[in-house]
Ligand binder design. Structure first.
Ligand SMILES: Cc1cc2nc3c(=O)[nH]c(=O)nc-3n(C[C@H](O)[C@H](O)[C@H](O)COP(=O)(O)OP(=O)(O)OC[C@H]3O[C@@H](n4cnc5c(N)ncnc54)[C@H](O)[C@@H]3O)c2cc1C
Length: 370
């Protein structure tokens, strides 16, 4: 019979769970990763994959430290796990487009007022300057905030690389749905899956939007909901775009697969992961407003997946209670790819009882205790 014990059980083969498995295995811990489908089968395999930089140091933002840590971990993991000639992370500028005067005034103001405290290569570009970088942007766009230090990854490749690294150090994948997390109050923890019991010193719940359901049996309330998002992938005429564009709450960018991806939607429709025609029409209309040449693009495929969003919109990372051996790592929401490595690393540090290097108190899931 296969060994049903490990130092740490991780539930969820998305970016947060695979990051936890990677950092734990690196430190000699035995890991069992439970995944009901396959690694990166949901949002972590189908996200847009842009890592926007932080605009400034903002200690008042509760996610600032986590974001800073995560962008650093992204760089480290990419350096460590990239295959020769195939970097997991590539530098690619993003531009936040201003579509009307109030938005342009806001970006110009941000740039002028804070230019000395802005981090990295951040500039306001009027339409004329912008059109030198990408001539196909509509003349109705007023200008944009240029973020030269954005990067992009393939979320699927990055997540899988972290899992392969963990597996190479002995982590084992259990391709089964966890039915429940067992925490009996005496300190012993484990999971029930496929009619069998597995036990460990710690359990990390990184099950994305499914995390709430899994925790029901423990008596803890961690409100995480699915927020559906869709992307269309187009074969567009002309050369690939050198920059990614952000407009309203949407975006567009050329990808290494040769296609131009446009997103997105924010839909509260439960666990439905089916692409819809109405989303496609909305995404295309929004994209064509800033990139009119996309009217001639050919639709290749459309994807839909679910972001994990907590009740207050902030991530949840930490033990269920101060002395609990069940640790949650979820709630990345629209920034879950950016935040994934830090969610996994902080959860791994907490499982080991080592310093997380950040003040994660505010992000504790215990904040949802009534
Ligand atoms: C359209 C779209 C575009 C996005 N683009 C970006 C972006 O550009 N940048 C960014 O930062 N973020 C982006 N995101 C957000 C990001 O994709 C998510 O926040 C992130 O992938 C969540 O990762 P996760 O590991 O927490 O969850 P998931 O990726 O959902 O992984 C959870 C895993 O747990 C497994 N699981 C669940 N329950 C069980 C169980 N009972 N037993 C076993 N396994 C279980 C699931 O099968 C799943 O594989 C985007 C999201 C969407 C929808």
């Amino acid at each position: 019979m296969a060994d049903h014990t490990a130092d740490v059980i991780v539930i969820g083969g998305g970016i947060a769970g695979c990051a936890a498995a990677h950092f734990l295995s690196q430190r000699g811990q035995s890991v069992l990763l439970f995944e009901k489908d396959s690694v990166a089968a949901h949002a972590s395999g189908f996200a847009f994959g842009v890592l926007l930089p932080r605009l400034f140091d903002d200690p008042s933002d509760p996610v600032d430290e986590l974001t800073k840590l995560s962008l650093e971990l992204h760089r480290q993991v990419s350096d460590e796990l990239s295959e020769p000639g195939e970097p997991l992370q590539r530098r690619k500028a993003s531009v936040l487009l201003a579509l009307d005067e109030p938005m342009a005034a806001q970006y110009r103001g941000l740039y002028r007022t804070h230019s000395s405290s802005l981090l990295g290569d951040i500039r306001w570009l009027e339409y004329g300057e912008l059109s030198h970088i990408e001539a196909r942007i509509s003349q109705h766009v007023i200008g944009g905030l240029y973020l030269g230090e954005s990067a992009e990854i393939s979320p699927s490749a990055f997540t899988s690389a972290m899992w392969r690294s963990a597996e190479a150090r002995g982590a084992r994948l259990v391709n089964t749905e966890v039915e429940s997390v067992v925490a009996d109050g005496s300190g012993s923890v484990g999971v029930q899956a496929g009619g069998e019991t597995y036990s460990a010193a710690k359990v990390i719940v990184a099950a994305g939007p499914w995390s709430s359901r899994l925790l029901e049996g423990t008596g803890a309330t961690v409100p995480v909901e699915p927020l559906k998002g869709q992307i269309v992938r187009l074969r567009a005429p002309g050369p690939p775009m050198k920059i990614s564009l952000w407009y309203d709450s949407d975006y567009a960018g050329s990808k290494p697969d040769g296609l131009l991806w446009c997103g997105t939607t924010e839909e509260r429709v439960g666990f439905d992961e089916q692409p819809t025609e109405s989303a496609r029409a909305g995404i295309l209309a929004s994209a064509q407003k800033v990139l009119p040449f996309l009217a001639d693009a050919e639709m290749v495929t459309q994807t839909a997946c679910l972001r994990p969003v907590t009740a207050d919109g902030f991530p949840a990372v930490g033990p269920l209670e101060d002395d609990s051996n069940v640790i949650v790592a979820t709630g990345g929401g629209r920034n879950g790819i950016v935040l994934g490595p830090a969610l996994g690393k902080v959860a791994a540090d907490m499982a080991l009882g080592t310093d997380t290097g950040i003040d994660a108190g505010f992000l504790s899931p215990a904040r949802f205790r009534s």
